[in-house]
Design a protein around this ligand. Structure first.
Ligand code: GAR
Length: 198
């Protein structure tokens, strides 16, 4: 592998634990040596996202684009695309990025855009997945990594992880159990995709 030319851009809105798991996997799995890949930038739509600090501590370039400063969703997405495209990424990874994307943005990154969602899709797209799974009496919950399409949480599933729902589970307890699996699954999926790229 000559040179590091496969840039990955990660989009976050909050804690950034999935982003941190991806960065750690890139380091420990020697993605730059093996695939010529690196996490080039972490972008947040919220300045106070704790994940920004985690990324900076790892020496990763960060950018903040606050959606509230844009008059329309389309204007925000246009600015977001410009910021992402500075890195010419092979993959754009949504990692707790809590924004609905315009069809134009989704089309622009066709084949390069992935998301992780905290439910066993197609069950429970959208928000409050853990509360809804508990309220439905689900015995199993989990997370899904999927390709992003214009319909929210509907794209092709690339992998899923399953955890039990325990008696007396709270949404927070279930979320924590699911999150530990997210941190294993998302890097595994990305590594598999990188390994198959030219
Ligand atoms: C994760 O559980 C992720 O699956 C979820 O937000 C959390 C982010 O945590 N994503 C969504 O709900 C997307 N609709 P993190 O910031 O610690 O990675």
């Amino acid at each position: 592998m000559s040179g590091v030319n496969k840039n990955i851009v990660i989009l976050i809105s909050g804690g950034g634990s999935n982003m941190a798991a991806l960065v750690k996997a890139a380091q420990q799995g020697r993605w730059s040596e093996r695939f010529g890949a690196r996490v080039a930038c972490v972008i947040s739509n919220r300045a106070e996202a704790a994940g920004l600090l985690l990324a900076r501590r790892q020496g990763i370039d960060t950018a903040v684009l606050e959606h509230k400063n844009f008059a329309t969703r389309a204007a925000f997405d246009a600015a977001l695309m410009s910021e992402i495209d500075r890195h010419a990424p092979v993959l754009v990874l949504l990692a707790g990025f809590m924004r609905i994307l315009t069809p134009g943005l989704v089309a622009h990154y066709d084949g390069r855009l992935l998301n992780i969602h905290p439910s066993l899709l197609p069950a429970f797209p959208g928000l409050h997945t853990h509360r809804r799974a508990i309220d439905m009496g689900c015995k199993f919950a989990g997370a899904s990594v999927h390709r992003v399409t214009a319909e929210v949480d509907q794209g092709e599933l690339l992998d899923q992880a399953v955890v039990p729902v325990l008696p007396d589970d709270t949404p927070d307890a279930l979320a924590a159990r699911v999150l530990t699996q997210e941190h294993l699954m998302y890097p595994r999926v990305v590594e598999g995709l990188l390994a198959r790229m030219d």
